[in-house]
Design a protein. Structure first.
Lengths: 102, 400
């Protein structure tokens, strides 16, 4: 599974952009299953269909694009003011990984 | 309104209390709140008190009402804003300095809008000022969610606690004021204006608190939240857009332009900062700085008044040109056509590349060469010097 994560916006925009591409097959097994669980829990596929809320000033916007192992591609978006409960932990994980990878 | 269902065993059924909470009558609302807060079931349940109080809001002029809440490092996946109430209006300082800074910052913002601009809080009707601190885990951001302020602690690598900067606090609350006034749409030029008005008032709130003149102010946004290791004076500079930072962890160099010729064309989407709202704000920011510098003294007294009155006249799709035209008109109506204030506004926008056509502005006061009239008694050299002074003055003050 391939995941592309992008963070944009923020008070300090455009300085706080994050972008990372992850191939789960290249992750250590523990991380891969962690990420897979988070993605399943986030139910991104149903999120992908919805209309995003209009942007609020200075908030971060998050975009998660998934190319899954069954050949499907879908992109879900969220923001600091519009963060479904299940998506939060996934965004945190991806954002942390993005900042660690420099 | 309260989204949580809170089963309460009391005589007045919850749906009636709910209706009372949204009443237009302040007394009715107050008594519903009192009922809820004294109910044995929720005594000490400060989350509910917090949510209910934040929902109620309005208040008499001159009386600020602040509520500071603590998210305890949770984010929206496990927290409903505003979170636990930790310091209410009138309560003394607590041990958590983020809470105290937010409390003081909200107070300074309220005082500025009231004392300097005659405005009663964000909505003009005394709305409660609500802030949540410690949002998220090492969260490198602060934002206005449409109803309240939210502050992160920063990761201490790039940013420190966002409550450390009064101009950040003022900036966010100013977004609320813009929502209630001009309603500038948050993209492209109107969005850059939206951002700029927030930087302008954020900066003025700090200057007013510190009693700094335009000359003494640093005109920096976010100086106090930059972590020590970062190559950054601040996030933005109104005095010198493009000079605030240069650090790979911030994506390189400060990209702000200070002139229309360097306006950054970006797509109107997330990747493009909605058409560069945080980037192109450098241009109107610089225009404001130039007006304040030209007029001298305290920037909130004249420049700030002009900008606020302009905000009251602007509209959701306004462009930089509209802002320039309106600030010039406001300056003329407040201080007089041909006044130095109007001239300063026109000159400032001109300097950032926005030309204001003011056909009715006539150079009326060209200094006369001699009091007794005419050039009698002048030799040729004196005449040439006098005339060149005349032409220089006319050229400096000419607008087509």
């Amino acid at each position: 599974m391939k995941i592309e994560f992008k963070r944009s916006g923020g008070f300090a925009a455009p300085a706080m952009k994050q972008q990372i591409e992850i191939d789960t097959s290249e992750l250590p097994p523990g991380d891969a299953s962690q990420l897979q669980n988070l993605i399943e829990g986030a139910d991104l596929e149903s999120l992908a269909g919805r209309n995003p809320q209009p942007p609020r000033p200075d908030e971060f916007h998050y975009r998660i694009k998934v190319d899954d192992d069954e050949g499907r591609t879908y992109t879900a978006t969220a923001s600091d003011t519009d963060m479904p409960e299940a998506v939060g932990p996934l965004v945190e994980w991806l954002s942390k990984r993005a900042s660690e990878s420099g | 309104m309260c989204k949580k269902r809170m089963p309460i065993n009391c005589i007045v059924p919850p749906h009636v209390l709910d209706a009372m909470l949204s009443s237009d009558d302040e007394q009715v609302r107050k008594s519903a709140l009192k009922t809820l807060t004294t109910s044995a079931r929720i005594r000490g349940s400060r989350e509910v008190v917090g949510a209910v109080r934040a929902a109620i809001g309005t208040n008499a002029i001159g009386k600020k009402q602040r509520s500071i809440h603590n998210a305890r490092n949770k984010n929206l996946s496990s927290l409903q804003l505003p979170g636990e109430l930790v310091r209410d209006e009138g309560q003394p300082a607590v041990s958590d300095s983020s809470v105290n800074r937010a409390y003081d910052g909200l107070g300074a913002t309220y005082d500025f809008y009231k004392d300097v601009l005659g405005r009663n809080s964000i909505d003009g009707k005394g709305s409660r000022l609500v802030a949540t601190v410690h949002f998220g885990d090492r969260f490198n951001n602060a934002f206005w969610n449409g109803k309240q302020m939210v502050f992160g602690d920063g990761d201490n690598i790039i940013f420190r606690d966002f409550t450390r900067s009064l101009d950040v606090i003022g900036h966010e609350l100013a977004h609320g004021v813009t929502d209630f006034t001009a309603g500038l749409e948050y993209h492209n030029q109107s969005g850059a204006l939206n951002e700029s008005f927030s930087d302008v008032f954020g900066s003025l709130i700090k200057q007013f608190k510190l009693k700094q003149s335009a000359n003494d102010a640093d005109w920096l946004i976010g100086a106090e939240i930059m972590a020590p290791g970062v190559n950054a004076r601040a996030l933005r500079s109104m005095k010198n857009p493009g000079s605030a930072y240069n650090d790979p962890r911030l994506g390189g160099k400060d990209p702000q332009p200070k002139h229309m010729k360097d306006f950054v064309e970006l797509p109107d989407d997330d990747d493009g900062d909605n058409g560069g709202v945080h980037i192109n704000s450098g241009i109107p920011n610089h225009a404001f700085f130039l007006v304040a510098k030209k007029l001298g003294g305290f920037a909130w007294q004249q420049a700030g008044q002009i900008w606020y009155q302009a905000l009251l006249q602007l509209f959701p799709t306004a462009t930089f040109q509209d802002c320039a035209d309106i600030t010039a008109q406001v300056a003329a109506s407040k201080f007089g056509a041909g006044s130095k204030q109007q001239a300063a506004v026109i000159e400032a926008w001109e300097k950032v590349g926005v030309h204001i056509a003011v056909p009715e502005l006539v150079v009326e006061t060209v200094p006369a060469p001699h009091e007794n009239g005419g050039f009698k008694g002048m030799d040729l050299k004196q005449w040439l010097e006098t005339m060149s002074e005349q032409f220089r003055y006319a050229a400096e003050n000419y607008v087509s």
